[in-house]
Design a binder for this molecule. Structure first.
Ligand code: SF4
Length: 181
C-alpha cells in the first residue's frame, strides 16, 4: 500500500523514468485521463454572427448538440482568431437564459405571455402594413413612418431583397444595416 502510494509520487516517477518533470511523470491519473473536448465530435464551418468582419468559425457538435466553437484557421479573413464576442458565441446558442419562445406584452399589460412564432409574424406584418397605409405619401411615393435596421451578417443578396421589398414595395426611405466594412 505504502509502496503503491510512493510510486504515485511525481518525484519517484521522475526518478524512475528519468524524465525532466514536464512529461507523463508529472501527471496525475486524472490529468492523464483527460481528453480534448472536441475528440470524436463532428465539425461544421460557419461565420460569426455578430459583426460585419465575418470571422470564420468551426462549430463542433456531438449527438445533435453544439459542444464548442473555435476560430477557423483556414478563414482568409480571421485566420483562426475570434474577438471576445465571437469567442463567446458558444453561449449564444447554449446559454440557459437564451430566449427560445416569442414573448408578447400587450399595450398597458404588466405581464408577458408566450405566443406562437406564426402569430407574432402575423402581428408584425399587420402593424407594418397598417403603418404604411396610414403614413404613405402618394405625392412623393414614400413613407417616413417606417424604417429598417438590418444586421451585420446580411449578405449582398439579402440586402438587395430587403431594399427591393422595403423601398420599392413599401416606400420606405430609411434603410440601413450594420455592415460598414
Ligand atoms: S469574432 Fe468578433 S470581429 Fe469577428 S465577426 Fe465575430 S464579432 Fe466580429
Amino acid at each position: 500500500m505504502l509502496a503503491e502510494l510512493l510510486l504515485k509520487w511525481p518525484l519517484i516517477r521522475q526518478l524512475k523514468t528519468g524524465g525532466d518533470g514536464t512529461g507523463q511523470e508529472a501527471m496525475s491519473d486524472r490529468t492523464r485521463a483527460l481528453k480534448p473536448r472536441n475528440e470524436g465530435a463532428s465539425m461544421a464551418r460557419s461565420i460569426c454572427p455578430y459583426c460585419a468582419v465575418g470571422c470564420g468559425q468551426l462549430v463542433y457538435h456531438r449527438d445533435g448538440k453544439v459542444i464548442n466553437i473555435e476560430g477557423d484557421p483556414e478563414s482568409p479573413i480571421s485566420r483562426g482568431h475570434l474577438c471576445p464576442k465571437g469567442a463567446a458565441s458558444f453561449e449564444l446558442v447554449t446559454h440557459e437564459a437564451r430566449a427560445t419562445k416569442v414573448k408578447y406584452r400587450a399595450p398597458f399589460a404588466k405581464e408577458w405571455r408566450e405566443i406562437p412564432l406564426e402569430e407574432a409574424m402575423d402581428m408584425v406584418a399587420d402593424r407594418v402594413w397598417q403603418t404604411r397605409e396610414r403614413t404613405f405619401d402618394p405625392t412623393v411615393m414614400h413613407t417616413t413612418g417606417l424604417a429598417h435596421l438590418g444586421g451585420a451578417t446580411l449578405d449582398d443578396e439579402e440586402n438587395y431583397l430587403i431594399k427591393k421589398l422595403f423601398t420599392a414595395g413599401l416606400g420606405m426611405v430609411c434603410i440601413s444595416n450594420q455592415a460598414r466594412i
